[in-house]
Design a binder for this molecule. Structure first.
Ligand code: PLP
Length: 374
């Protein structure tokens, strides 16, 4: 009997990448595998994808280091850049690509470059000068998300200073959509216009703005690089599933029934007695709880799959277990598999039921969950 287990289909992951390439056939692919590859395992994902994509994007230096330590020699971009001087020095010695989104980062880069030059002038052979290589910098422009990035009118100043910096090998431009999953809201067109006018003076430089929603819905904004995240896992960036577009769910989250019990009408179930059965029934107790990352706030009626049929969660989700109403006539037995999401129960539907986004469900699984890669 298996407790909480996430099965990852490498075949589905590879299939989704090939499909993404049909959406963006001319573009280079930066696979976003931040946050432990969306909870699916950083190094397994990097290993599966390495020969299929043009680089990886992560949000923490540690993840970039881990990927490189496996021997990967391709491009790794820090999408929020370096957080302090120590991180910048590692970024330089490891030759990662970095985002620069603010003045503090620019100044640190200039300062380290100046020290590096002085050290070199003292004589490479006399003193052991640090060996740095100029790196690729992605200047982040705030086109309307208003989270990270320089304002469009600051682009020229940042560009000139980056260009003058001896530690900068090349400059690319990057931005991020805030409402790309709402095709009719009009905001994405505005962001595209701002991005294009801000980068127009630098036509030979590469650009990137599209994440999953941009790839699916904003073909005119693919530019040179696209940055898929959630769709690589066969999951939609919103609640409408994308299997109709040909994507395959990569993860199946399952566990097992550890008890099947008769239950009388009028009796409550679980902490707080939050649910009371209105009829005689059979309850299934499943080895899955918030200690595995399944949300405690999943309401009564959240669907799970037992022996091919949908049954509702009843009562509160506890740390190690949750309870489902199997129905009075059910034949399910201890040891039977229970599926929480996968190809036959789409995570988008579960997420909508719980009132979270799919991104949150997959990134919050805990180390107690067993991961199997097939
Ligand atoms: C996470 C992230 C992405 C990928 O987003 P999805 O919606 O999962 O495709 C792309 N770009 C940046 C900068 C990100 O942080």
């Amino acid at each position: 009997m298996k407790p909480a287990t996430a099965t990852i289909s490498q075949e589905a992951l590879r299939h989704n990448i090939e499909l993404i390439k049909t959406f963006a056939p001319q573009q280079k692919l930066l696979a976003m595998i931040k946050a432990n590859a969306y909870g699916q395992g950083l190094l397994p994902a990097a290993g599966t994808l390495a020969d299929l994509v043009d680089g990886f994007g992560v949000a923490r230096l540690r993840e970039a280091l881990e990927i490189q330590e496996t021997g990967y020699t391709g491009k790794i971009l820090l999408v929020e850049g370096f957080f302090d001087r120590e991180e910048l020095l590692k970024t330089l010695s490891r030759r990662f690509d970095t985002v620069v989104h603010c003045l503090e980062q620019l100044e640190l880069l200039e300062q380290v470059a100046q020290e590096w030059q002085q050290e070199q002038q003292k004589g490479f052979w006399k003193r052991k000068a640090k060996i740095y290589f100029p790196i690729n910098v992605w200047l982040k422009i705030d086109t309307g998300m208003h989270r990270l990035g320089v304002h469009p009118e600051q682009v020229e100043m940042f560009y000139q200073r980056l260009k003058a910096c001896p530690l900068v090998a090349s400059i690319s431009f990057v931005s991020h959509f805030s409402r790309a999953d709402e095709p009719d809201c009009g905001y994405t067109e505005k962001q595209i216009a701002i991005f294009e006018s801000a980068t127009e003076p630098y036509p030979t430089h590469e650009r990137s703005i599209s994440a999953s929603s941009g790839i699916l819905y904003w073909k005119q904004a693919h530019y040179e690089w696209v940055r898929p995240g959630i769709i690589m896992h066969g999951i939609s960036p919103h609640y409408t599933p994308i299997i109709d577009l040909g994507f395959k769910p990569v993860m199946t989250l399952a566990s097992s029934l550890i008890a099947v019990r008769t239950h009388k009408a009028g009796e409550p179930v679980g902490y707080g007695g939050a649910w009371v059965s209105d009829k005689d029934t059979k309850l299934g107790v499943v080895a899955m709880g918030y200690g595995d990352g399944y949300p405690r706030n999943a309401p009564e009626g959240t669907p799970v799959l037992v022996n091919g049929r949908i049954v509702p969660i009843v009562g509160r989700v506890s740390m190690d277990m949750l309870t489902v109403d199997l129905g009075a006539d059910s034949q399910d037995k201890v040891g039977d598999e229970v599926i929480f999401w996968g190809k036959d129960l789409l995570i988008e539907d579960v997420a909508q039921h719980i009132g979270v986004i799919s991104y949150e469900l997959i990134t919050k699984l805990t180390p107690r969950v067993i991961f199997e890669y097939k």
